[in-house]
Design a protein around this ligand. Structure first.
Ligand SMILES: NC(=O)c1ccc[n+]([C@@H]2O[C@H](COP(=O)([O-])OP(=O)(O)OC[C@H]3O[C@@H](n4cnc5c(N)ncnc54)[C@H](OP(=O)(O)O)[C@@H]3O)[C@@H](O)[C@H]2O)c1
Length: 293
């Protein structure tokens, strides 16, 4: 099987690249190979690569900056996936694409199922919703995998920011009234490979929306406390809970965006770990990450 992977230097993309290469032939695109705002380059690149599966792990993920760059955000999150899907269909490839819990407005009183009605609160969520619809409406056989609060043990992300500041002894004020599912990028890559192995490159009956997140919800405050505790520091001293009203941001975020992964579990016989276990496991497997600021 030949796979074309975009976003190969992103959090999920890096893990995917490592795992996919162990099993299949991979053509990896970072921004340096193909800028996804260039639709002609996407079309020519997919034709030249001739993949069986296109995996789109690239995205514009700066949720707050998106409010002041809506056109660029839409180009990467909606126009590019649409072009990738058309180009994939033209070479009879299938597609795996990622989306977000931020397609929801957070007003539900239970975890969101894939078929719940989306209502994004900001530019990022709106463009990601446009992207998932474009892929699913393109005629390509596709898995659209919604995930949330993605972290890794390298690069710049919530985990590294919290660790760096906690280790410097800086007090942390973290919002406690936004509940999501922190999900390790490596677990998303593992789940993707499992889904591909179980569904086969034609994807078959599994075409559609699926939720790929750690189990159980956590507020950003819960997540920060767990990171600090696992690093051997005292979260009760360093981390305090604040309401969203004390941390205003350009983009509105859902107060509750826990995703229900039960249909994914049933379809692919794939159960994701509880978020806390996944965090502990990831940090213990990579103790060097604890030294990174
Ligand atoms: N991060 C989260 O918390 C989160 C939450 C929910 C869902 N998701 C979704 O999960 C998927 C993976 O996210 P992630 O956290 O791995 O994202 P990420 O770390 O931000 O990686 C995204 C990658 O896309 C690339 N990219 C952006 N614009 C591009 C362009 N114009 N041309 C080519 N490449 C471009 C970036 O390249 P550069 O490095 O050059 O900028 C980056 O390597 C995305 O679909 C995202 O929407 C993420």
């Amino acid at each position: 099987m030949r796979i074309l992977l975009t976003g190969s230097r992103g959090q999920v993309g890096r893990h995917l690249l490592a795992r996919l290469r162990e099993r299949w032939e991979v053509v990896a695109w970072s921004r340096a190979e193909v800028d996804l705002t260039d639709v002609a380059a996407i079309e020519a690149g997919v034709r030249a690569a001739g993949p069986d599966v296109v995996i789109n792990a690239a995205a514009y993920t700066a949720v707050d900056r998106a409010e002041s760059e809506p056109d660029l955000c839409a180009a990467v999150n909606a126009t590019a996936p649409a072009a990738l899907a058309r180009a994939a269909a033209a070479v009879s490839a299938t597609m795996i694409h990622y989306s977000t819990d931020y397609v929801f407005d957070g007003t539900l009183d239970r975890p969101y199922r894939p078929d719940d009605v989306p209502n994004p609160l900001g530019v990022y969520g709106r463009t990601k919703l446009d992207g998932e619809r474009a892929v699913l409406d393109s005629g390509v056989s596709a898995l659209v995998l919604r995930t949330s609060a993605v972290y890794d043990l390298e690069g710049r992300n919530f985990l590294q920011t919290i660790l760096g500041r906690a280790r410097a002894g800086e007090p942390l004020r973290v919002v406690a009234d936004q509940v999501t599912c922190p999900t390790y990028a490596g677990d998303i890559a593992d789940a993707t490979v499992t889904m591909l192995e179980r569904a086969g490159c034609r994807l078959g009956e599994s075409h559609g929306l699926h939720h790929v997140v750690s189990r159980d919800g956590a507020s950003w405050y819960d997540f920060a406390c767990a990171i600090v505790t696992e690093a051997g520091l005292d979260a009760t001293v360093l981390v305090s809970a604040i309401p969203t009203s004390e941390y205003p941001t350009p983009a509105r975020r859902p107060a509750w965006s826990v995703l229900d992964g039960s249909t994914t579990a049933a379809t692919f016989d794939l159960v994701m770990p509880p978020w806390r276990d996944a965090l502990v496991d990831a940090m213990r497997r990579r103790p060097s990450s604890l030294r990174a600021a």
